[in-house]
Design a protein around this ligand. Structure first.
Ligand code: GLU
Length: 421
């Protein structure tokens, strides 16, 4: 039978990165097996919040390139079907009414077990599983009833989900058996934790896909990073393209031990992906990111600044800090200009009539100016850098000056010289 898996998010807010990792394992498994990946929304109402969350979930998945097969479905659409099944179970004596609710009769003896792809054999003594409410007194089916029913109706072959659902699985298996359907294969993947071993949360850093996007991670880098949270093709390979991940992903190789989210490693990996982009593509990603984040910066100038920063930044969001001086005014800290007046003035004079106004010529005359003042280049260039870029840390000084242009450079040098005169 062809593999069919699903992601079944509860639309309660922005997509958590741990859920995305689980979705990714589903997606990789489906694509590796040539099967289907379904998107199923586990909603119990149709409020505006739900609609927004559904949009956000889809937008996050699209951004990451996790495409799903067929239309997304809503749990709410299956409420009547669930109630009918519950009535049938009551008629068969497998469920009973209890204060207006319908409860499922769990077996009391023996145990319920399954061969979990990730964790091996799991057996839960039936005496520990209480009779489950299928339908509440207000008519709403519970998660533990609706979810396995949908798995059956959707023909889900493998339920790949977080380990926090392990305690639900024996309940769901018993329901599926009671209606005479085939029980899917289960794979409970480990939780994603922070460095302290606790479940990944806001305290640790960014947790929603939106936040990672805002922080300037590339979707392909994030995907590569997430794939390695609990899975590895071998002991060595870390950088893998989407196609390579699909080709190499094996559910059997997912480890049951908790996976630690290492933000520093993600930065490192994102930096690698950024540097691997062609200059044109890198510039394109910068322009997109800036546009998404409210910067109305000239795309042409962004493209020209791109080569100055490609080697320097690990996340797109670092671009404004490095190159913002090209797009807006700067406010140099006078303390950082201290003692720089002679060099600032010499630089002004040297650049005022320089032709051509390019990085090589700029470098030449600034070095000459430093020599005349008997200053070491580093010492001489510091106040010029601070005056022109507003910061001690900047892209290459001469390229920066060329890009900024003569007019702005001169007026910044002049203002800085006046500030420390
Ligand atoms: N809505 C559940 C979750 O987001 C889905 C559980 C499942 O995959 O069965 O954790």
């Amino acid at each position: 039978m062809a593999v069919r898996v699903r992601m079944a998010p509860s639309p309660t807010g922005l997509l958590h990165i741990g859920n995305v990792r689980t979705a990714l394992f589903n997606w990789l498994y489906a694509r590796h097996e040539g099967g289907e990946f379904r998107l199923r929304i586990e909603n119990t109402d149709t409020s505006r919040e739900v609609a927004e969350a559904v949009d956000q979930i889809q937008e996050s998945l699209r951004w990451l390139g996790l495409d799903w097969d067929g239309p997304h479905t809503f749990q709410l659409d299956r409420m009547d079907d669930c109630r009918q099944v519950a009535d049938g179970l009551v008629a068969d004596g497998k469920a009973y009414e209890d204060e207006g609710a319908i409860r499922f009769r769990m077996p009391d003896e023996g145990s319920t077990g399954w061969d979990d792809v990730v964790r091996g054999r799991v057996e839960i003594p039936n005496e520990t599983i209480e009779d489950l409410v299928l339908v509440r007194s207000d008519g709403r089916p519970t998660y533990n009833f609706a979810s396995p029913m949908e798995d059956v109706w959707d023909g889900i072959t493998h339920v790949i989900r977080g380990e926090d659902h392990i305690s639900n699985t024996p309940k769901q298996i018993n329901i599926i058996r009671a209606i005479g359907a085939e029980v899917p294969v289960y794979a409970h993947v480990p939780n994603v934790s922070g460095a302290d071993g606790k479940k990944l949360s806001k305290r640790h850093g960014a947790v929603t896909v939106d936040e990672f996007r805002k922080d300037g991670y590339l979707p392909e880098a994030l995907l590569n990073f997430l794939a390695l949270l609990g899975w590895a093709p071998d002991g060595e390979t870390t950088i893998m393209s989407r196609d390579e991940l699909v080709e190499r992903f094996l559910l059997e190789r997912v480890s049951p031990s908790p996976a630690q989210f290492d933000y520093a490693k993600l930065d490192w990996m994102n930096g690698i992906y950024l540097r691997e982009l062609s200059l044109q593509e890198f510039a394109h990603r910068l322009v997109l990111w800036l546009g998404e984040n409210g910067y109305e910066w000239d795309a042409e100038l962004v493209s020209r600044a791109a080569p100055l920063v490609q080697e320097k930044i690990a996340r797109l969001a670092e671009f404004p800090g490095f190159a913002g001086f090209l797009f807006g005014d700067v406010e140099p800290d006078p303390a950082e200009l201290d003692g720089g007046a002679p060099m600032l003035e010499s630089a002004y004079t040297a650049l005022a009539s320089l032709e051509p106004f390019d990085a090589a010529a700029i470098e030449l005359v600034l070095r000459q100016a430093a020599e005349v003042l008997n200053l070491k280049p580093r010492q001489a260039f510091q106040p010029v850098r601070v005056a022109v870029t507003g910061s001690k840390v900047s892209p290459g000084l001469f390229e920066s000056i060329e890009l900024l242009g003569r007019e702005k450079t001169l007026s910044r040098l002049q203002a800085a010289a006046a500030a420390v005169a």
